[in-house]
Design a protein around this ligand. Structure first.
Ligand code: PMP
Length: 401
């Protein structure tokens, strides 16, 4: 009979693995800035108040049952999510040409998109930013979808390599799929400006590319849901074909509830019907149907004007605390006289700071100072607090000297 003695142990996940190492560290000083999860200024995970209220409302609903959802998920939830992504005034939504399925958060949305591509965009390559959230690459590998990269990061200026990005998107074969971070690029914290987005759109349009917006941080770049959707909505208005993966992990703090959507823009409502029927089949054979609880929370908040406003306020507060920590870390480094320029810490946006520390310096941060960050220099600013910021700054100061 088969044994599994020959199965090699897999390497730790590049992000979740750092988290595991953090858990095992017994140092009292240890700091975890590896994972993109929001923490309060006390360093604690946070459940949003609008979420608690929605859950209380859900408990009161006597007709709430635990029946299966359809493969594509809850229809009302999906409609509310579409509005949040494309906007109340979206022409695409008015003409009924967006196919959207509820998914297992953003990762599930990405995987569903990859499975769809494997069936209906055979041989097409997905172009992913370099660098990116590493799972973009591994999802494509696991799903068997060819992928390549476009330049994104200009290390010297710690900003966007727009010329390189445009050149690579231009050089991609016509009708390729270009993965774009909708807002708050992970890991660099650098988004294109409105003007740069315009240039990216022009090239994508000329090359008839499909643009795949990965929206995992809507509201985290500027604190405003609509402003953070501006680029994607401009592409939609311009009529470019889009895929959109959406996650409520960060902006709703619903990490473990696995709430998201995947959308495909189509030409006609008939095409939407057919595409949805195909997504149903893919989902049926992956996990049958999505979980209800998280979607019910989001549905409750998005359909209640008072709760919706409360959520927007809470989202703004989270993004403001992160901005405060950027300033605090910058100030600490400046007062220590740490060699180098650190203005990128305050100019970068979203959850992360791409510090520019070398892999060796990152290793020292972890091994010597117990500051758990990614080896590519990414620090989750959401894990920085007024208590640990001095310690983190001192550690950075030590490893760069
Ligand atoms: N895309 C990007 C760019 C991300 O950073 C993340 C979360 N780290 C995701 C998608 C998806 O995360 P989740 O599956 O938890 O929604």
């Amino acid at each position: 009979y088969m044994t599994w003695n020959e199965v090699p142990a897999a390497p730790l996940d590049p992000i979740l693995g750092v988290n595991q190492k953090f858990q095992a560290d017994t140092s009292a000083e240890k700091v975890n800035v590896s994972i993109g999860a929001y923490r309060t200024d006390e360093g604690k995970p946070m459940v949003l108040s609008c979420v608690k209220k929605a859950e209380a409302l859900l408990l009161e609903q006597s007709d709430l049952n635990k029946e299966y959802l359809p493969q594509r998920g809850d229809a009302t939830y999906v409609q509310l999510c579409q509005k949040m992504l494309f906007g109340e005034k979206s022409k695409l939504l008015a003409s009924g040409v967006v196919a959207t399925a509820q998914t297992l958060s953003g990762t599930g949305a990405l995987r569903l998109g990859a499975e769809f591509m494997k069936k209906f965009a055979k041989g097409k390559t997905v172009y992913i930013s370099n660098p990116t959230w590493g799972t973009h690459n591994s999802i494509m590998t696991q799903a068997g979808v060819p992928f390549s990269h476009y330049r994104y990061w200009n290390a010297a200026g710690r900003d966007l390599d727009l010329a390189g990005m445009l050149e690579d998107i231009e050089a991609a074969p016509e009708g390729s799929v270009i993965m774009l971070h909708a807002a708050a690029h992970n890991p660099t914290g650098v988004d294109p400006t409105a003007e740069q987005w315009g240039e990216i759109m022009t090239v994508c349009k000329a090359k008839k590319h499909v643009c795949w917006f990965d929206s995992a941080y809507q509201g985290f770049a500027t604190g405003d849901l609509d402003i953070d959707a501006t680029a994607m909505r401009a592409f939609a208005d311009e009529g470019l074909p889009l895929f959109v993966s959406q996650s409520f992990a960060k902006n709703f703090g619903l990490y473990g509830e696995r709430v998201g959507t995947f959308s495909i823009t189509c030409d006609t409502p008939e095409a939407v019907k057919a595409v949805m029927s195909q997504l149903d089949i893919i989902i049926r054979n992956l996990y049958s149907n999505p979980p209800k609880h998280g979607a019910n929370i989001v549905k409750t908040v998005l359909s209640d004007p008072a709760l919706y406003q409360e959520w927007r306020d809470e989202l703004k507060a989270m993004s403001l605390r992160i901005q405060d920590m950027r300033t605090a870390l910058y100030d600490e480094l400046t007062s220590l006289g740490t060699p180098g320029s650190w203005t990128h810490i305050t100019s970068q946006i979203g959850m992360f700071s791409f510090t520019g520390l070398s892999p060796e310096q990152c290793t020292q941060m972890v091994e010597k100072h117990h500051v758990y960050m990614l080896n590519n220099g990414r620090v989750s600013m959401a894990g920085v607090t007024s208590k640990n910021v001095k310690y983190i700054a001192k550690a950075i100061d030590d490893v760069v000297r």
